[in-house]
Every structure is written in C-alpha cells, then in structure tokens.
Design a protein around this ligand. Structure first.
Ligand code: FCB
Length: 458
C-alpha cells in the first residue's frame, strides 16, 4: 500500500556522492532504561531527575524506551528504514558502575548483543563514548571539575576500543560538549546542575583534555579506527542591535560554537575565553588536546539568540524573532542557517562532515486511526536535507546525514513531553508506531540510492 500523502514534499536529491551514509541517532540515557539492571551504576542524570523541579513532570529515564530489552525490535525498525548506519552511545556507568576500576561484564554483553543485531541487519554502528551520562561515582570525585577525569575517560575509551573495535570503526569521543558543560556547569539546567563561571571553564578544559587523551587511546588500541567528535553548531544572533546584546552574542558564540572544536582541531582557544581558561591550562595541554581526527560530527537544529543578562557568563538565551516559523517545541525553522553552518564548518575545520543530528520536536499524538501524521516534521526534514544538498553543491564536504531521532525518548529537562522520534513511542505500553515521517525518510533514502547503470556499475 502506498502511504504517500498527496501533499508530501518532494524528496530532496543530493548531488551524487558514492558512499553517502543515511542514518539515525540515539543516545544511551535517552532510550535504554534498565537503569538499575545487570549491575549498571547510577549516572549524574539519575540523581538530577530525582531533584524536585529539575525535569518536567518529574520524569525519569528509569525505563525510557526500554531499548535495553527491546533493541531487536528497534534494529528491525532501522532495517525497515533502509539506513546504512546507526549512531548510538555507550553508557559509561553501565560499563564502569564506579566510573573506573572493575568493568561490568553484563553491561559489555548488552553492547555485544546490539552490535551483533546491527551486523545481522547490515547496519554500520557509530559509537559515541559520552552523551552526558557521567557515572555518579566520578561526580563524587569532582567529575569534570577534576583534572583526573581525562585519564579516567581515556581508560574507558581504551576498554571500549579493545572490546568493540573488531566490529566498530567509527568512534566519537563526545556528543555536544558545549551543552553538557554550559548547561551542566554554567546555567544549572542539566546535570549536575551547577551555575558557576569558574566551574564551567574548568569543566570545559577537562572535557577537551579528555577528548585528546581518548583519541590517542582509541588510536593506540585500534590504529584503523575513524575518530571524530560531535559538535552542536548554530549561528548565534544578538536579540537586539544594542552593544550589550552584541557582546552577549559574541560570548555565547565563543562558548557554544568554538570552545571545543577550535582547540581540538585548530589547537587554539577562542580569544574571548582565554583569561577564564588559563588557570586550568598546564604546559603541554594544547598539544594533548589537538590530536588528529578523521571526521567532524555536526549537530544542528536552528539558530540561537542571545541577550545580555546578569548570569555567571553575562548572557542569556533570547527568544527568536516572533515572525520566525517554529517547530512544535518552539525551535526556529531556518534551513538557510543550516546550509550556512555547514559551509562555515567546512571552511573552518576542513574535515569530512557527517550531520550526526538534525530533526524536529513536537507533541505528536496518534489520530483516531492510530496513525501519527507528523507533516510538520516531514516539511522540516525536506527543507533541511534540501539545504544540506545546497551546501554540498556549494562545496561543503558532507558524507552522511543522521536524523535525530529514531524513537521518541527521554528529552532531558523536558522529560517525555518533547517528541523528536520518527517512531512514536507509547510509553505506558512501549508500543512503537512509525510516524508518517518514518515512511517519508525511508522513501527519501531510497530515492537517493545510487542507480545502477546498465553495466551494473553505480
Ligand atoms: C541535542 C542532543 C540530543 C537531543 C536533541 C534534541 O542537543 O544531543 O540528545 O536532546 O538535542
């Protein structure tokens, strides 16, 4: 049966790039659940969720999408989509319940099962080491505020590369180091909930050091690994033309767009932040941070807006202009900003780019027939994939695109309210319902599959 809606936007056609990868992304904490099963230790997020007022509706990720048990069904959905790659993260506290020391065999075995299921489905695994779920045991020892964490993270990377490197080639160290440090240490919105400028600078530098040391650790364990990091980059605009807001936007841009990618790839910190960072930088650190990388993971959703404010860093988020179209969760829709970000990232970092997250949040619900008609998400994806095609035609070296996300999941401080999945999850029953966007994305991938010529060559 053809589910194509009459109003369905045409599929964007990418310039032909043999080997272009289509995928979906998820993260461990947002989908796995099984929070206290098989020896998993608590993460900072488990405690954060239990603090009153931190997460909408008091939601927790104890069960989330129950992917820990339902991964065969989820891999089956991926197979139906026709994707070539799946980006997921490993839960550090599932592997090291104490953060270091003794590794948890049952935790490792879960990822063995997942990797085997992906291999069976012909889907390449893209493994990210850190998507924000720091073991609580390490936070108790200072977490990202302690310089020792760089070594703890490198040890974790070594184990993961040794254990899974026979089946995984693509490794990412961090997902969005800007969000976990800025929201976690400067603004207090994410775990561990600290709002302090000095803590932010310390955490940022230690994350960068951990990235460099983990890169070396993976390379030592698996010389043929393709290693990258994943950065959320968004054009940052002042809320008004006032000098104070202009300065605020400049500072947010430094913290958001340059504080991690610049040192790790260009061996330099943004000049705006050097004074704050210098107390934490030891001789030789920049050389340890800026290690050769193979690819750049880019996450992008929308532009952001800043205004001057009396916060630890002197800025606050501002609303987008009223006339800007918005997604169901109020994020501005601006595909040209995506195209420009891709081109700017290409020029600034000169690495092959994989779009490791892009997608649209809403408050989807099934209709009376049980279908989930998320036309807004389809329009968003069509416009953004089209903008990516424009960036490719203008010269950006883009090698792949991953939708965020396969499943509706635990969306951090928004709990289960904001749904980003192309598959609807009915959380009480854990039933999965592919949304209209799921079918659209599958057809978009198929429409872009290289055609075989008469000679049978693509
Ligand atoms: C990104 C995160 C991801 C998810 C999406 C909506 O910032 O990496 O975990 O929350 O936003």
């Amino acid at each position: 049966m053809d589910h194509t809606a009459p109003t369905e936007p045409a599929f964007p056609h990418l310039p032909s790039r043999p080997g272009f990868i289509w995928g979906v992304s998820t993260s461990a904490y947002q989908i796995e659940g099984a929070a206290s099963e098989d020896g998993r230790g608590p993460s900072v997020w488990d405690l954060f969720c239990r603090q009153k007022g931190r997460v909408r509706n008091g939601d927790t990720a104890d069960i989330a999408c129950d992917h820990y048990h339902r991964y065969p069904e989820d891999v089956g959905l991926m197979r139906r989509l026709g994707i070539g790659a799946y980006r997921f993260s490993v839960s550090w506290p599932r592997i090291f319940p104490q953060g270091r020391g003794h590794a948890n065999a049952k935790g490792l075995a879960f990822y063995d099962r997942l990797l085997d299921a992906l291999a069976e489905a012909g889907i390449e695994p893209w493994l990210c080491l850190y998507h924000w779920d720091l073991p609580q045991a390490l936070d108790d020892r200072g977490g990202w505020l302690s310089r020792d964490i760089a070594g703890w993270f490198a040890d974790y990377a070594t184990l993961i590369a040794h254990r899974f490197g026979d089946r995984v080639t693509r490794f990412a160290t961090f997902n969005e180091p800007n969000v976990c440090t800025l929201f976690g240490y400067a603004l207090g919105w994410n775990a561990p909930g600290i709002a302090d400028a000095e803590c932010f600078a310390r955490a940022a530098h230690h994350v960068n050091l951990a990235h460099g040391m983990a890169t070396d650790a993976i390379r030592a364990a698996r010389p043929h690994a393709a290693i990258g990091a994943i950065h959320n980059r968004q054009p940052c605009h002042p809320a008004t033309a006032s000098p104070a807001d202009t300065l605020a936007a400049r500072r947010l841009d430094a913290c958001w767009n340059r504080l991690y990618a610049d040192p790790t790839i260009r061996a330099e910190y943004p000049p705006e932040l050097e004074a704050q960072l210098s107390p934490w930088i030891a001789p030789g650190d920049m050389a340890a941070i800026a290690r050769p990388l193979d690819w750049f993971g880019l996450n992008h959703y929308s532009p952001i807006y800043a205004r001057a404010a009396e916060t630890p860093l002197g800025f606050a988020w501002a609303d987008a202009p009223r006339e800007a179209p918005q997604t169901g969760v109020g994020w501005p829709i601006h595909p040209e900003a995506f195209r420009d970000t891709l081109l700017e990232t290409h020029r600034r970092y000169r690495l092959p780019i994989f779009v490791t997250e892009n997608g649209s949040g809403g408050h989807d619900t099934p209709d009376e027939t049980g279908a989930v008609p998320d036309e807004g998400r389809i329009a968003y994806l069509a416009a953004y994939i089209g903008a990516m095609a424009d960036a490719m035609r203008a010269g950006a070296d883009i090698r792949g695109y991953f939708v965020w996300s396969l499943l509706d999941n635990f969306e951090w401080g928004s709990g289960y309210d904001n749904r980003f999945g192309i598959v609807y999850v009915d959380f009480p029953t854990q039933r999965r319902i592919p949304k209209a966007s799921f079918g659209w994305y599958a057809r978009c991938i198929a429409a872009n599959r290289p055609k075989l010529s008469r000679a049978g060559v693509a």
